[in-house]
Design a protein around this ligand. Structure first.
Ligand code: AHM
Ligand code: MG
Length: 334
């Protein structure tokens, strides 16, 4: 069997047999894959079931929840709860930490997830996705205190996302590179189609919501200005811009062909520390990008080194091709 025909289960079992993954993590990842398959079906059926609209509720971020945000969250909760070693769930859509164990012990998992990222794109039929991060605790923690889940991204043992686009794909890292699996309609299997994803160190492609230019700080403006100056500016070459407003789609593109993604802190979001959430957006995407040879920074600090202060904390995000992230960091340190 060639590697490109390998199913997700076969890929995980290969890792398990060589001692890379423990059995419970294999089961948990299979359950997450099942949740993603089901969410993908919900997204594709949304127009028929009339679930693309708002649910009439708001989440902790003060954002209107879409019906599919709630449905996707329920799928993640149900499937992650199958694993007896999952101590707690932290979801973008739920205010409090969902403790599944009363007395979490060393070796238990905490799963952080954004069940349906980019859901503002649902109504216009653009790609959306689910993002997840798994931490294995090293000692017993207090399940009566939500601050017990505030663990730095460098402690992640696994990170991944599923993208619901023209095809559904699942991309993961367990700390040994990044691999992606496309969902095959006929068999229902995820099969290895993106092997050892690698981000080139250099790029000419950047992704940022440029409508926020007037709100940006000087380093981001300086970087953007040199990009759009093209051959006439200090870079001496033209750049290309892409912005999907769906982090999963933008990061997937970067994992496939390189580029840099920016959602900086600016005048408009400074009060909350940025737009994107640390524990279930920036950390998992940061781990994937680093594992693919890229870099993930706030402009002044490696994202995965941040000690979280709240489980819905937001941070500035700059990630992608290594040299480009270093160039943007240099603007911040100038
Ligand atoms: P969400 O988790 O509420 O969907 O928000 C996250 C999304 C990202 O997917 C995307 O990069 C960004 O927010 C888009 O922001 P904007 O609408 O400012 O372009
Ligand atoms: Mg999100």
């Amino acid at each position: 069997m060639s590697d490109t025909q390998m199913t997700f289960r076969q890929f995980l079992l290969k890792d398990y047999r060589t001692g890379g993954l423990d059995k419970d993590l294999v089961f948990l990842l299979e359950d997450i894959a099942t949740a993603c398959r089901i969410i993908s079906n919900h997204v594709r059926d949304g127009a028929f079931k009339e679930t693309l609209g708002v649910a009439g509720s708001t989440n902790i971020q003060g954002e209107d929840q879409k019906q599919l945000d709630v449905i996707a969250n329920d799928e993640f909760v149900e499937h992650c709860s199958n694993c007896s070693r999952v101590a707690a769930l932290v979801s973008e859509e739920v205010d409090e930490v969902d403790w599944l164990k009363d007395k979490p012990v060393a070796g238990d998992y905490i799963v952080y997830f954004d069940p349906l990222d980019g859901s503002s794109n649902l109504g216009v039929n653009l790609s959306v996705g689910s993002i997840f991060s798994i931490v294995q605790i090293k000692e017993a923690i207090d399940a009566t205190d939500d601050s017990s889940v505030l663990i730095a991204g460098s402690e992640q043992i696994c990170a991944g996302y599923s993208i619901y686009g023209p095809s559904t794909a699942l991309v993961i890292t367990t700390g040994h590179g990044v691999n992606g699996f496309t969902h095959q309609q006929g068999t229902g299997e995820f099969r290895l189609t993106y092997r050892d994803m690698t981000i080139p160190a250099t790029t000419k492609e950047f992704a940022i919501n440029a409508s926020r230019y007037r709100l940006w700080d000087a380093p981001i403006r300086a970087y953007f200005d040199e990009c759009i100056a093209g051959v006439e500016g200090s870079r001496g070459e033209n750049s290309n811009m892409r912005w999907t407003a769906s982090m999963v789609a933008d990061i997937h593109r970067i994992l496939v062909r390189g580029g840099v993604f920016l959602y900086p802190e600016d005048e408009g979001n400074r009060a909350t520390g940025g737009k994107l959430r640390l524990m279930y957006e920036a950390n998992p995407m940061g781990m994937l990008v680093e594992q693919a040879g890229g870099a993930a920074s706030t402009g002044t600090q490696r994202i995965m080194d941040i000690q979280p202060t709240s489980h819905h904390q937001r941070v500035p995000v700059i990630m992608g091709s290594k040299d480009e992230v270093a160039r943007i960091d240099a603007f911040h340190n100038a």
